[in-house]
Ligand binder design. Structure first.
Ligand SMILES: Cc1cc2nc3c(=O)[nH]c(=O)nc-3n(C[C@H](O)[C@H](O)[C@H](O)COP(=O)(O)O)c2cc1C
Length: 219
């Protein structure tokens, strides 16, 4: 048998690709919510299994830097984050959407990211790799918008998101970024954004199928 380990085996055996959508904006129905929803709809149209988490609805504390995760590999704060850890380690695809707040993700998103220090500790201090033995080569996409248009708008946030994805063992493999988007639903006036988002979601599974075919051809 010859095929790359990763999402391809899911496609090959017709298993559903699990996508976790993280909605990071506190403004429900705002620009990043609309974009992420379109990506998820596109992926769902191709048979993906979708789970949505609205970060502003979670009751989670910030990291207290107690460092106990470096010993136990788990976070000792007993709150709703405990339900999120297994979702982060089991999803085949994680799609994070956050608007730019002061050149970074929203506070709601940053709390979740900081709590992933426990997974970072598992991976890099306790060397428990991979975090999920059943699903290798997990991938992550990032969706963002900002009101301004400068070259540096997404520079800082991309670094943050790349290191978040690395901590949860997914590869940063795609992004959808729009400048000059400010008022609620402004993204609807953009000529291509929502279509691009839907198409990107559809492609997500299409690309896996294409990869699989080219692998088979090389076998
Ligand atoms: C607290 C706060 C900070 C913001 N900081 C920035 C910023 O640094 N740069 C920028 O271009 N836009 C900034 N914005 C604008 C938002 O990124 C913009 O309104 C975006 O469209 C909101 O997306 P949403 O509808 O998904 O929440 C900020 C908005 C708020 C409320």
């Amino acid at each position: 048998m010859c095929f790359k380990k990763g999402l391809n085996h899911l496609v090959k055996f017709k298993m559903k690709i699990k996508i976790l959508g993280l909605f990071g904006s506190p403004r429900r129905g705002g620009n990043t919510d609309l974009l992420l929803e379109e990506v998820l709809k596109g992926a769902q149209s191709q048979g993906a299994e979708i789970e949505r988490i609205f970060l502003s609805q979670l009751n989670i504390s910030p990291c207290q830097e107690c460092r106990k995760c470096e010993i136990f590999g788990n976070c000792v704060i007993n709150d709703e984050m405990q339900d999120i850890y297994p979702k982060l380690t089991k999803a085949n695809f994680i799609i994070l959407a956050s608007p730019i707040f002061f050149y970074n993700v929203t506070a709601q998103t940053k709390i979740l990211i900081d709590r992933c220090q426990a997974l970072w500790a598992r991976k890099y201090i306790l060397k428990q790799r991979p975090l999920n033995k059943e699903t290798l080569n997990r991938k992550g996409w990032f969706i963002s918008v900002g009101a301004t248009k400068g070259d540096n708008l997404f520079k800082g946030v991309i670094l943050t998101v790349k290191y978040f994805f690395d901590a949860v063992d997914v590869e940063y493999s795609g992004e959808l970024l729009f400048r000059k988007i400010d008022e609620k639903e402004a993204i609807k006036k953009h000529s291509t954004a929502l279509k691009e988002a839907f198409y990107m979601g559809r492609q997500l599974i299409g690309e896996e199928k294409k990869d699989l075919n080219s692998d088979s051809a090389n076998c």
